[in-house]
Design a protein around this ligand. Structure first.
Ligand code: PEP
Length: 248
């Protein structure tokens, strides 16, 4: 059975002090739910957020990783370094990284494999641009991202991955995909995973929707049978709003 997972992607927001302030408020409001809550925070706040959430079942993760284990890669952070911080998850292939930093499917695939090797679960982001959607190419685009991002990942690792369907036109724009659009794309992703790994394995993989998720729209999104959670950007920066989303 898939346990719903709602993740907050803080992007490049919050200093460690601000992260601590968030965690204090969030911990006051958090009384445990049937839903797993995950905070994906900047590298500089991981230690603080881990310390502040100790003893709770709030999960903590990172937003990026480099695929090499170590070496002369100035400014990069490796999967073994993240493992040493005892984090649970790490985003790969967010559209902001694909768009601004040239992260290709091949890089996403190598990063996912590097994380899995260290026991960290990748949150693999896929999704089409507005241009692709308007041309009707979203299914082909997202299917090919799934195939490439999971290429060579064996079944026992694939089931540990999370997929976040995030249409680029809905990220940070206030424009949400309709629950039906989101649900259809998540079904398509499940079908693609079934074709790669078979029904049983694909059935274990958490598929989230992301793109302007707010307390006002989370219930309708979570009503869709193939949607197992959400990846929340802007609204996860506010502990009250993020808690309202988790307690939808
Ligand atoms: C995101 O950062 O993955 C995201 C979906 O952002 P927002 O919720 O702000 O659209």
């Amino acid at each position: 059975m898939r346990i719903p997972l709602i993740a907050g992607n803080w992007k490049m927001y919050k200093t460690p002090d601000e992260a601590e302030e968030f965690c204090k408020k969030f911990a006051e409001l958090y009384h445990g739910t049937d839903i797993r809550a995950l905070l994906l925070v900047p590298f500089t706040s991981i230690a603080t957020v881990k310390r502040c959430t100790e003893g709770t079942d709030i999960l903590v993760g990172a937003q990026n990783v480099y695929f090499e284990k170590e070496g002369a890669y100035t400014g990069e952070i490796s999967a073994p370094m993240l493992k040493a911080l005892a984090i649970d998850y790490c985003i790969v292939g967010h559209s902001e990284r694909r768009g601004y930093f040239g992260e290709t499917d091949d890089i996403v695939n190598r990063k996912a494999k590097a994380l899995l090797e260290e026991g960290i679960r990748p949150v693999i982001c896929v999704g089409e641009s507005l241009e692709i959607r308007e041309a009707g190419g979203q299914n082909t685009h997202v299917s090919s991202q799934i195939r490439a991002d999971f290429q060579g990942i064996p079944e026992e690792d694939a089931v540990k991955c999370v997929v976040a369907y995030e249409p680029i036109w809905a990220i940070g724009t206030g424009r949400t995909a309709t629950p039906l659009q989101a649900g259809e794309m998540c079904s398509l992703i499940r079908e693609e995973l079934i074709s790669m790994y078979g029904e049983d394995a694909a059935d274990e993989i958490i598929i989230q929707y992301g793109g302007s998720v707010k307390p006002e729209n989370i219930t309708d999104i979570m009503d869709m049978p193939e949607i197992d959670g959400a990846l929340v950007g802007g609204a996860s920066l506010d502990p009250v709003k993020f808690m309202d989303i988790i307690n939808f």
